[in-house]
Ligand binder design. Structure first.
Ligand code: C2E
Ligand code: MG
Ligand code: MG
Length: 754
């Protein structure tokens, strides 16, 4: 019972609220529209009077009277008055003055004198100002009420929800439905009202089709920066200000509207402002018809949407362009390339080519001269592209110094070759960047059509691969992607997939002894990975390590080798005692060292195996440490701090062998096989080998000579003062079983004789 009373009370209260609010909002909307309408009519009175059209003035007068009656009734119902009555009186007296002025103009048979015309116009303006002002004041009241309406809406929604809850509990459907309907009606009212208020801020126009005259509201003119008198009432006043490209479309759409083919019109127009700039305007229109259905007038509004358009354009530009150079970005380029692929598929004579660029020295410029200079270089490169390319070619920046060009509509490979040569020449010229002059030549990978590509991503992948070939062949060069490269790429892809799947089960670690040159006894092993491929057999590391490095697979791969090698060493420790405990050397690539988990991995492996850190040596190549030297030096220092030893692998093959000796905390140097091999035939190689051995002595580094195959090499190195060696002369890399036997054998006398 209690619930029933509550529901009934709520429903009644809300019903009153709704009817009151709906009445108010209807009155407000009507008031705004009626005042706006009177604005239009009074404007017409002025023009009709000036043309001497007494009939037109009388008609307008009648319309004005009716509209005013209506307005009075509307305002009479205004429960709070809110000063509207005062305004109404003002309007009435001002209107009388306007009509008197119109009458005076009409009395002057024929053309009214300039003074009379001027007086009439000024009356017209005074009246229009008053109306404009009135619209605004009514709007303010309406906005306040709208807020009230919206609040009531929320309250009513709350009430409805509450009732719904009660309904669920007590099943009281009809009252809930009534309340729900009322809430919906109120929501609709609020929406209508908001629309009316918003609409009144737009510029209005009203086209009398019979007279072919258009009334443009003061706000309409204001939107285009026009003074009141600057605009007549001929339709061309409008059309002349619309972008010529759009006029036909606009007129056609207006014709369709008049003919009833379209119920209303909504079109975005570029219109000329008096400041010489274009403004985007949203133009909406509707048609009014007489009883016979004949179109009498077209009326509508004009809204300035320039800011909205500018924001939209900006977003579109940002989404498709690189901020720094203004060139299209990767997404946009891929769309264009996909289009070129489609055209070529439909018409094989429609050729295209993609050029993938890499710039040498960009990184150096960025690192040494700073990012602003690096940015300036990129902008300068983009400008050269703009200068060199034809209009239908597209240059894009993918990020960093990665630029790509799409040559559309080429005559075939020869023309593409010429274009690539021309681009190389243009790019090889020095860039002058503020006070710096920089030369940064390019390497270009080219893919043409006719290679069976269907996807943009595949074209780009192959252009990238060809670019690497060009780079490897020497800079300032281009390479075309061909069948061979394609097959190699397919093969690489297959190998990569195979390695990914075989990573956990198909890798084997082999162990090559490292011995003392004086007696050939092992002091340790180098762990060397092999891939036991199910169909291709045992694969040497040179065939998969570079690919693993590029794809990042080297990180899990290297971790496996490290764990396995240390596990094996710990297992040997648990076997029969061998006297001296051997060490283990594990190769590490740059990518592994830069992996954030690397030092953690090393620590974990040592903890798990219980090995003394000094028994583990990490071999790092000189070329790896020279790139990213700062970051790598830090990792090396951390590893050294754990007590792990470091060796510089393939020493003597890089550019900066000597400088890396003092920059990095290393314990040993592995003299590259190339010196050992040629040492006995070429005096200069022997001299280098001697220098490396001397460095070891002077800097207190262990020197390990790699690739010793002949006793003479062993002897020569020993006399040079080199203590350790590794090579087929002592043992090849051995499987773990063979290495176990080798260790247990203890008889390494064959080599001891040397
Ligand atoms: P490296 O570290 O310089 O290893 C020495 C290479 O020389 C090994 O080749 C070894 O088998 C070979 N070698 C040893 N003695 C002789 C000899 O007397 N004559 C000749 N001709 N060659 C000899 P392998 O095993 O093919 O390894 C090649 C390279 O692959 C290694 O060069 C190393 O850079 C890399 N590598 C091997 N295993 C791994 C690994 O687990 N991780 C990483 N990152 N790289 C590895
Ligand atoms: Mg090595
Ligand atoms: Mg080596």
């Amino acid at each position: 019972m209690l619930a029933l009373t509550a529901v009934a009370g709520l429903a009644l209260g809300n019903h009153l609220l709704i009817s009151q609010s709906t009445e108010q909002q209807l009155a407000d909307t009507a008031a705004i529209i009626l005042v706006g309408r009177q604005r239009v009519i009074s404007q017409r009175v002025v023009y009709r009077a000036l043309w001497g059209d007494a009939q037109g003035v009388t008609e307008s007068r009648e319309k004005w009277r009716l509209a005013h009656e209506h307005l009075k009734n509307t305002l009479f119902n205004d429960p709070e008055h809110l000063g509207r009555g005062t305004r109404l009186n003002l309007i009435a007296s001002e209107r009388e003055r306007l009509l008197m002025a119109a009458d005076t103009a009409l009395v002057a048979n024929g053309e009214p004198t300039p003074q009379v015309s001027a007086q009439l116009r000024s009356r017209g303006h005074a009246f229009l100002d008053l109306m404009e002002d009135t619209v605004h004041s009514f709007e303010e009241i309406a906005v306040t009420r709208l807020e009230g309406l919206q609040r009531s809406e929320v309250m009513l929604l709350g009430g409805t929800l509450l009732l719904l809850l009660i309904e669920v509990l007590f099943i009281f459907e009809p009252a809930t439905r009534a309340l729900r309907n009322q809430w919906q009606a109120l929501a609709r009212s609020a929406e209508r009202m908001e629309f009316a208020i918003r609409g009144s801020r737009d510029g209005l126009w009203d086209w009398d089709l019979a007279a072919d005259r258009v009334y443009f509201s003061p706000r309409w003119k204001q939107l285009l920066g026009l003074k009141e008198q600057a605009v007549g009432d001929a339709p061309h006043e409008w059309f002349n200000r619309v972008d010529t490209d759009q006029v036909d479309d606009l007129q056609e759409r207006l014709t369709r509207l008049r003919a009833g083919h379209d119920p209303h019109l909504s079109i975005q127009l570029r219109m000329l402002h008096t400041d010489g700039q274009w403004r985007w305007m949203l133009c909406r229109a509707a048609v009014s018809r007489d009883e016979q259905g004949q179109a009498m007038r077209l009326s509508g509004s004009l809204t300035d949407i320039s800011q909205l358009k500018a924001a939209q354009d900006e977003l579109i530009q940002q989404a498709h362009h690189d901020r720094l150079t203004g060139l299209p970005n990767r997404e946009r380029f891929i769309k264009e390339l996909q289009g070129a692929l489609r055209r070529n598929r439909d018409n094989p004579d429609d050729h295209f080519a993609v050029l993938f660029f890499d710039f040498d020295r960009f990184k150096t410029v960025n690192d040494s001269l700073g990012h602003p200079v690096g940015d300036a270089l990129l902008i300068s490169i983009a400008e050269r592209f703009r200068d060199e390319l034809r209009q239908h070619d597209i240059a894009a920046r993918f990020g960093g110094d990665e630029f790509v060009i799409l040559l559309n509509d080429t005559a075939g490979a020869d023309e593409t070759r010429l274009a690539a040569d021309r681009l190389l020449a243009a790019l090889a010229l020095p860039h002058s960047l503020g006070k710096h002059t920089v030369v940064s030549t390019a390497s270009i990978g080219v893919v043409t059509d006719g290679l069976g590509h269907t996807q943009a991503a595949d074209v780009l992948r192959d252009a990238d691969a060809a670019m690497y070939k060009a780079k490897a062949a020497g800079k300032n060069n281009h390479r075309f992607f061909d069948r061979q490269m394609h097959d190699a790429a397919v093969d690489r892809l297959r190998t990569e997939n195979d390695l990914r799947t075989g990573l956990d089960t198909q890798l084997e670690v082999h162990y090559q002894p490292i011995v003392t040159l004086s007696d050939g006894r092992p002091v340790g092993f180098e762990a060397l990975v092999r891939w036991n491929h199910p169909t291709r057999g045992l694969i040497a590391p040179d065939h998969f390590i570079p690919m693993a490095e590029e794809t990042g697979l080297i990180v899990p791969l290297g971790a496996r080798v490290l764990r396995e090698a240390c596990r094996q060493l710990a297992q040997w420790d648990r076997g029969p005692s061998l006297g001296r405990q051997p060490g283990i050397s594990v190769n590490c690539s740059k990518r592994q060292l830069l992996d954030p988990g690397f030092t953690g991995l090393v620590r974990d492996v040592l903890d798990r195996t219980g090995l003394a850190p000094g028994r583990l040596t990490l071999e790092i190549t000189e070329t790896a440490v020279m790139e990213n030297s700062e970051d790598i030096a830090e990792v090396m220092a951390q590893v050294r701090a754990m007590g792990v030893r470091l060796a510089m692998d393939d020493f003597g093959t890089g550019y900066s062998s000597l400088s890396c000796l003092h920059r990095f905390p290393i314990n040993s140097v592995k003299m590259d096989r190339s010196f050992v091999r040629r040492m006995n035939r070429d005096a200069s190689f022997a001299a280098v080998a001697q220098t490396i051995a001397d460095l070891g002595l002077n800097l207190k580094l262990d020197i390990v000579a790699e690739g010793i195959e002949e006793p003479l090499q062993q002897e020569r190195l020993r006399t040079m003062g080199c203590l350790y060696g590794q090579g087929y002369l002592f043992a090849r890399p051995l499987s773990s079983e063979a290495a176990t036997l080798y260790l247990q054998d203890g008889n390494h006398s064959a080599r001891r004789a040397a």
